[in-house]
Design a protein around this ligand. Structure first.
Ligand code: NAD
Length: 292
């Protein structure tokens, strides 16, 4: 028996929240979706696109009848949004509502939730869909975003089992495969597989900005340049927040990568083709193994 809820409240109706809502509506997992967020213009757009059925500009008012509150705002806005959710749920005496989020790093979000959701302990389930595109806003949302993609939940020993079950089932209805892991492990893994690649992409484009032939760099950009830099078109606010929220694991990975680049620099400087060959062969084998 799969879960079906009456009222879904999505805070932040952009790519991630909008796609969750569209997927759940399509699967019949919820009856009504109310949206809330910072900008009325975005909420109107989300309503026009049938992502939400109605909206409130006041987050505390939006959550009062919610069975599930889905928070998909940039990480830097989470504290403020959590406070408003807590106020609204408390005023409505709705302590049974389950709250989940989609933030790209998990330890700091969990700390915030533990500090703020004190009247309804156990009802917050931290989550992170490993799906996305470089586009943002409601117009970027689509119902199939989560099809066969992983969603990682990072519950703690204090999280209610029925809350975990509900969030798991709703994500499954949205098309995703759900896994659970410890938040610290999540943040380390994501620093390596997502956060470092984004920093590399932003850094690569930025370091080329001021060279004389920039027009030609972009005019003759071949597949490799496009592949590696696609994600540099991602939203800067979101990525600033992710970096600041997952600072130490990302710094550890950056140090590793800097050492690797230094090693490659030295090998090339010394004309050491054997070393370059060894590194490229290993890297190719590793990637082929994990992607095929
Ligand atoms: P988005 O820009 O498409 O949507 C964010 C929404 O939050 C917008 O509707 C915006 O109006 C609203 N918002 C921004 N600041 C707010 C504030 N202070 N108060 C209330 N609402 C506010 O972004 P997105 O890609 O949907 O990302 C949302 C979350 O999902 C982020 O925490 C991000 O880390 C996470 N995430 C993103 C991706 C991805 O690839 N884009 C993947 C996984 C997780």
């Amino acid at each position: 028996m799969t879960a079906r809820i009456k009222n879904l409240c999505v805070i932040g109706t952009g790519l991630i929240g909008g796609s969750f809502s569209l997927a759940l509506k399509q699967a019949g997992g919820c009856e009504k979706v109310i949206g809330a967020g910072r900008s009325e213009e975005t909420l109107q757009k989300a309503q026009q696109l049938n992502i939400i059925d109605s909206y409130e500009t006041d987050i505390s008012a939006a959550v009062k009848d919610a069975d599930l509150v889905f928070v998909s705002v940039p990480l830097g806005a989470m504290a403020d949004v959590f406070e408003k959710i807590a106020t609204g749920l408390k005023q409505a005496a709705n302590e049974k509502a389950v709250i989940t989020d989609a933030g790209s790093s998990k330890q700091q979000v969990l700390q915030l939730a533990e500090k703020i959701f004190t009247f309804n302990p156990g009802r917050f389930v931290a989550g992170h869909p490993i799906a996305g595109t470089e586009n943002s806003g409601p117009a970027a949302a689509f119902a199939e975003l989560y099809n066969n993609r992983r969603v990682i939940l990072t519950p703690t020993e204090k999280t209610d089992d029925d809350a975990i079950r509900l969030v798991t089932e709703l994500w499954q209805q949205a098309g995703a495969d759900v896994e659970t892991m410890d938040a610290e492990h999540h943040d380390k893994v994501l620093a390596a597989t997502s956060h470092l690649p984004h920093l590399i992409a932003f850094g690569l484009v930025h370091c080329l900005e001021n060279i004389d032939d920039i027009e030609d760099v972009f005019r003759f950009a071949a597949g490799g340049f496009r592949d590696v830099t696609r994600i540099a078109s991602s939203d800067p606010t979101m990525w600033r927040d992710i970096c600041l929220n997952n600072q130490q694991p990302i710094l550890d990975m950056m140090k590793r990568y800097k050492d690797e680049l230094d090693m490659l620099y030295n090998a090339l400087d010394a004309g050491d083709g054997e070393k370059l060959m060894e590194v490229f062969q290993h890297a190719k084998q590793t990637r082929d193994k994990f992607t095929h």
